[in-house]
Design a protein. Sequence first.
Lengths: 80, 379
Amino acid sequence: MTDTDIAYDDTVDARGSACPGPLMDLIGEMRDADSGTVVRLLSDNDQSLTDVREWVEEAGNELLGVDEDDDYHTFYVEKA
Amino acid sequence: MTVHIAIVGGGTGGTVLANKLAERLGPEIERGDVRVTLLNDGPDHVYKPVWLYVPFGQREPDDGRRPLEELVDDAVDLRIDRVTDLDTDAHQLQTRDGGPMEYDYLVLATGSTLEPERIPGLADGAHDYYSESGATALREELLSFTEGRIVLSVVGTPHMCPAAPLEFVFMVDDWFRERGLREDVEITYTYPIQRVHGNANIGEWARPIMDERGIEVETFFNAESVDPDAETITSMEGTTLEYDLLVGIPPHSSIDLIEEAGLGEDWVDVDKHTLEAEAADDVYALGDTAETGVPNAGSVAHYQAGVVGQRLANEVRGRPATATYDGKTLCFIETGMDSASFVEFDYENPPSPAPPSEKLHWSKLAYNEAYWLTARGLL
């Protein structure tokens, strides 16, 4: 999944955070989000490619798209 | 002109730094060229690792509390006051009792604050050992607990002493075994991500020990609410666990002042090597307060205080500040009532937990006594 053009409501910029910081930052944002909110997560930690997918599925949310760039990855997650 | 260094926070980082500066800059302080002020909102220094042992009846909260005036070098101006406002452009603090205070260099070492109220029901339904009152209340419950289900839930991360939740379940497992009650007690450990610890190496080391000892594990468990009447805790992921005794590691936050001063969102954004604030000149942060990605641990604050002490001494003397923090972290991990492991790691080298031994357990207990030398800047 690359170069997605997805509308989002909030952004979590976790670039520079060590694992599991990006996932925990995303969870913290989703905790207070209303159903239907789309959160964009920026992470330069490759572990997020696994962590975020696994958690989104476990929590019943939806991963709308992922941009995998050289410098960082962008995840779009919609709260169920 | 006198150079004024203000340190906010009299925990491990702030206290060690104050004493290091008193030592390094002794002649300058003596001549009146430098002044070091340590501000803390209470008269005591608190050594929090003692709290892990309180629920088991092994230590008292007072064992972790000593007056700052006994620990801090006389060359340091100790102020018992609370900072209420910070203007980094003007290099000025406002204090509750003492009014405005100008500084040339500022070090923020304000540590973590517990916020159980962020999770509905957590404050009423859960016990903790992350505060004196929490540890003593948990002791009352644990000492009389003989059967049922104990759930330890790591609710908020990052939290102080990342190993302490593992230590608690390892200790409580061993404690009930020694007393012949383990078969009547279920122990469940919950963690927010897909493994049992934030650090992958420590998680991979701990998980088989938990499985072997019958400690049930729920991963991807982010507590959403606690029902104290029904004695249940429910996660964002839709899992509900029943408990007879709930031990929760509450969400942590920093003080509002940091965000209000534009230094970061909750924690201070710093260069993780120099520990200088990214959003203001002449401001450092250390320990939990600094957003470095390393654990919120006393050893981190201790080593960072050494780095900041060297940098400030050089800056005051007009020399290049060359000392940097490499992420060094040391941690003993109790694996029972009579055994412990040990990890040492940094930004580049991951931890490799040592085989648990009685020797490491006694090393941990010995360090807890020797800590007071650390606070005084001697060890």
